[in-house]
Ligand binder design. Structure first.
Ligand SMILES: C[S@@+](CC[C@H](N)C(=O)[O-])C[C@H]1O[C@@H](n2cnc3c(N)ncnc32)[C@H](O)[C@@H]1O
Length: 250
């Protein structure tokens, strides 16, 4: 977690452009990539069932790459969390939604009430945590989700050629104090879900074109162009409450 703050600070010091540094800090080398990734993240959430009235928790929201694309559409409450204050400040400024919360966190929990969230997302966040940390985080996310609510997250998968360069780069930076890049196999995604009580609804491998990006991306029209994300995407669901589960029996 500290590594991410240092990574952001060193980009801010070495870059001539503050906006550029805060885009690079979340992994986008160009403004075009930043824009495209944010649009794809929004489309993935809509694909996963996000509705305008939902309560959304964006874990590791960074500089608002996703949030800016939701600011004019999501009516419900939004909570973005991150470990780096400079990124949160940028996200808050870019969204211009005084009703939205951007909160700094320092651990592996989410600052929300139990069963208060309709959808949680973590794009390229578990990719920077150890498996044990992601598992703990997911346990708390499960607590925060309403029954039937979903967790959408992306992960680095060994079998996807587009992300292999990340592993090569990590090999090069071994021994240096670099940000951790953690790959995850599909069996971990399945086993984590089972142990935590989630249902695994969908997995999209990073090279699968499943994201509609046409004009109708909110409604995913049939003529929409489909894109792949690079990182793989999993959709978990907290099981819905069974009818009469909470009724008192005599
Ligand atoms: C690759 S960036 C992705 C940002 C954002 N989700 C997006 O897609 O634009 C990873 C983000 O996770 C944040 N992060 C790292 N560890 C975290 C933690 N324990 N809790 C919340 N955020 C964390 C980093 O500060 C960074 O902003």
């Amino acid at each position: 977690m500290r590594a991410y703050a240092e990574h952001t600070r060193s980009l801010l010091e070495s870059s001539g452009s503050r906006d550029g540094a805060l885009q690079a800090a979340v992994g986008s080398p160009t403004p075009e990539d930043y824009e495209l990734m944010g649009r794809m993240e929004r489309s993935i959430l809509v694909h996963a069932g996000l509705r305008p009235e939902d309560v959304l928790l964006d874990i590791g929201c960074g500089s608002g790459r996703l949030a800016v694309h939701l600011a004019g559409w999501l009516e419900g409450p939004y909570l973005g969390t991150d470990v780096v204050q400079a990124l949160l400040d940028q996200a808050s400024k870019a969204c211009n939604r005084p009703d939205w919360r951007f909160e700094k966190v320092s651990g592996l929990t989410v600052p929300t009430e139990t069963e208060s969230i309709d959808m949680a997302c973590a794009f390229s966040v578990f990719t920077h945590l150890r498996h044990e940390e992601s598992y703990l985080y997911m346990r708390d996310i499960y607590r925060a989700l309403k029954p039937g609510a979903r967790l959408v997250f992306s992960f680095l998968e060994f079998r996807v050629p587009d992300v292999w360069h990340v592993l090569e780069e990590s090999v090069e930076s071994l021994g240096k104090n670099a940000v951790l890049n953690q790959f995850m196999s599909i069996d971990a995604v399945e086993v984590f879900a089972r142990h935590l009580g989630f249902q695994l609804l969908e997995v999209h491998h990073g090279d699968e074109a499943f994201i509609p990006l046409g004009d109708r991306s909110h409604g995913a029209g049939s003529d929409a162009e489909l894109r792949s994300f690079g990182q793989s995407v999993a959709i978990y669901r907290k099981p819905p409450r069974r009818p009469f589960e909470n009724t008192i029996r005599f």
